[in-house]
Design a protein around this ligand. Sequence first.
Ligand code: FES
Ligand code: FE2
Length: 335
Amino acid sequence: MKITELAALRDQWVPIELETAPTPKMVRLFGETFVLWKASSGFHLSEAYCPHRGARLDCGTETGEGLMCPYHGWRFGEDGRATHIPQLDPGVPIPPRAVLKTYPVVLKYGVLWSCVGSPATGGPPGWHEADELGWRVQVDFFESWRSSAFRIIDNNLDQSHPAFVHQGTFGNPSRPLVPRYEIERTPTGFRTRIPQYVGGAGPQMGVDDESLTFDRIQEAELLAPLVTRIRLMYGNTAPDYSFYGSATPIDDEHSNYLRISALERDEREQPYSLFRAYSRRVVDEDRLVLETTNPDFPIEPTAEVHLRCDRNTLEYRRLLSRLAGRTGSARAVTA
Ligand code: FES
Ligand SMILES: [Fe+2]
């Protein structure tokens, strides 16, 4: 399934830009074009083309009172209704159809989120380590990848790729087996906890020594169809960290991948620059393979071969099948 074929995804909140981005700015979502703009009341997302004669509104001007079109100077307020039409004859009311379709924008974790459908939830998914534990939060990146958003999220859940994809960081091809694990269903998705034995990951815990090895538990959680949370838990042997990853569909073949990190300890014990440089190497290993993957992502559980270690990525397909209005109950081909 191509990402734009799953209409229910439009009802999800998706990250659209960093809060520091200059506006007005063109934003591509689900293969369509929008404009992100700022009024005195805050940010708004609107359809990109002026309802009068189709000028692109990211080339317009933010006046403080609204967004002014560059072509004939119509001005639109924060609800998208035209508030000023310079060519209107005196006494003539503003035509009721002079409206720019406009969507809500909220700020969370330093990122602007919007929903261009009927919001399925009250806002972007929460994040335990940031919201309840108050860990140090940093946006690692929000950048365009040539990959379906399904593939990026699937990769965040995938347990068997690190041994091969991450050989330059923490992966070890001589240890390809994944321990048995259970799926725990949550109100919005599911969660798994998997023991891992890894080398090389020291910099993420504030230790600039990649020869060390660690036992840890990886808790992977699907918070929303396109949002994951991964917590790496080291018990008392090293500081934990958590990352929140979301993939915003630009179109069927491109996504804006958002990564935000939460670190358990302070800057002295777990320096962010060390963490960030190492994490970037890990992520670039994922990117290399993800940009070769097929943008057509099978969501039918019977369409692919699944191994025991693929339980959570199979569960992801079932969840997407349900979202697409299918039963998701077909028996998988499990080897
Ligand atoms: S095209 Fe926008 S005001 Fe005419
Ligand atoms: Fe990976």
